[in-house]
Design a protein around this ligand. Structure first.
Ligand code: CO8
Length: 371
């Protein structure tokens, strides 16, 4: 099996740390002013400001692309404003997925006629049904089947394995996997601990038989390994049952919530052990790896995982990081790193694509460049 071409859609608007922190701090100033009396009498704690130095140092994030900058930065709104579209118009998630998919199809030198299945694998779907994947399938004019799947930040690697298995079983000649992530739609921009973490983007890739690839940057899928282990440390309780308990509607737990420190401490060893074991099972030595396309959540986390896998500090460019420009883009992060930093490698070179996140979930994919 092979990953025979990848694609990327990057929104036109972006927000720097300076802009985001200025908006957050204005919200804090207004909030504390409005509750000055309660704060004065000690019945309410004042909110603390955010800082660009903290954000860069703690996460490596300097910027994020978003679908709507104005709504996010308005201290009265602090949420993207994406007007509802009629049912006769393509939905936002499908539109982003289609843009990335066209790029991936071109890279794989494939036409919609060559594809038998579409997966939209992402952290959040914008509606329950019909599946976004079927909308993408329709927009691209693809025959066959399509479905959505959600494994949070690991959606792309889980989607890759699902696609590879279906192609290997002979159920499809080729499958298009799309990862549209509107993280700004479910990020709490009023939460100091996490307001800076996420950005919007879409990636896509084509999976087909290795002996059928025509793409100029095609990679054989040597092996995939997936793991999940239940944890409440990254959670979002938004869902269709919310209206059955109206007292909870609009509460912070209906957006992204995490215990960042615990995630860091628990996920680094889990992922590092999994990657090391996966490489050993496939007889791949760390010294054989030309590149690590790690999940892009936090620079310190990535440096630690790269060090544990390689047994030394990564050399510049060896474990490329896109956090400074894109922030955490959930399932799309490691695919962006792959998309931007894989073409320069030679046929026969080996690389490791990896994801981790809510669930917990983690995915590892060993790739070898075909041509
Ligand atoms: N500005 C200034 N100071 C701050 C800020 C801020 N914005 N936030 C916190 N601080 C302060 C804290 O109050 C604390 O102060 P003190 O020491 O006085 O108590 C100090 O800074 C240190 O705080 P932390 O210990 O929380 O800081 P860390 O160094 O741990 O960094 C991170 C926080 C960046 C969140 C870090 O813990 C991290 O990145 N952890 C891993 C997170 C991760 O990988 N999560 C994966 C989630 S993604 C996923 O699975 C997909 C979900 C679906 C997508 C959802 C889209 C919205």
């Amino acid at each position: 099996m092979a990953l025979s071409g990848s694609g990327l859609f990057t929104p036109a608007q972006s927000i720097t740390n300076e802009e985001l922190v200025a908006s957050f701090n204005e919200f804090v100033r207004r909030h504390n002013a409005a509750h000055a009396q309660a704060i004065e009498t000690g019945t309410m704690q004042p909110l603390s400001p955010s800082s660009t130095e903290f954000v860069m140092k703690a996460s490596g994030i300097g910027n994020r692309y978003v679908l709507d900058k104005a709504g996010i930065l308005d201290p009265d709104i602090m949420c993207p404003r994406l007007p509802e579209r009629g049912n006769d118009q393509i939905s936002i998630l499908a539109e982003m997925a289609v843009a990335a998919a066209r790029d991936a199809l071109k890279a794989a030198d494939r036409k919609p006629d060559d594809i038998d299945g579409v997966l939209v694998a992402a952290s959040n779907m914008q509606r329950a049904y019909p599946a976004m994947a079927i909308e993408v399938q329709e927009a691209l004019g693809i025959e066959g089947f399509a479905f959505d799947m959600n494994v949070a930040c690991s959606s792309a690697t889980f989607g890759l394995q699902a696609a590879a298995d279906m192609v290997a079983a002979g159920n499809a000649r080729a499958i298009l996997v799309c990862n549209p992530e509107v993280c700004s739609g479910h990020l709490n921009f009023r939460d100091r601990d996490s307001h800076f973490i996420f950005g919007d983007v879409a990636t896509a890739f084509v999976v087909e038989r290795a002996d059928k690839t025509d793409g100029a940057n095609a990679w054989e899928i040597i092996s995939t390994k997936l793991k999940t282990k239940f944890s409440n440390n990254i959670r979002n309780n938004f869902g269709f049952l919310n209206r059955t308990a109206p007292e909870g509607i609009g509460k912070p737990d209906k957006l992204f919530v995490q215990e960042g420190r615990k995630v860091f401490k628990e996920v680094v060893p889990m992922v590092a052990e999994m990657l090391v074991a996966h490489l050993a099972e496939n007889g791949v030595a760390a010294s054989d790896l030309k590149r690590l396309w790690l999940h892009q959540a936090n620079i310190n986390m990535n440096d630690l995982i790269a060090r544990k896998v390689l047994g030394r500090d990564p050399m510049p460019g060896e474990a490329p990081n896109i956090l400074a420009e894109y922030a955490n883009t959930s399932s799309a992060g490691s695919v962006i790193a792959f998309h931007k930093y894989s073409e320069d490698l030679k046929a026969g070179d080996t690389g490791l694509l990896c994801s981790f996140g809510a669930g917990y979930s983690a995915g590892s994919v060993i790739l070898k460049k075909l041509h």
